[in-house]
Design a protein. Sequence first.
Length: 70
Amino acid sequence: MRTMTLKIEGMGCSGCVNSVEQALLEVQYVESVNVDLDSGIAKIIYRENEPDLQEMVQAVEDAGYAASKV
């Protein structure tokens, strides 16, 4: 397993956190996601095959937020 960190912008509540986590969990190879509301950081654990960064960013954007790799 490997880890990737994304900076998420636009979250304001725990519902936002849940939306981002669910969106990222739908990306291929992603095993688990932990989003911290206060820091705006998403820690993503994925299988050896690295998920496509653009696909993860797009999933977050489709959920209504902005994302960039840290």
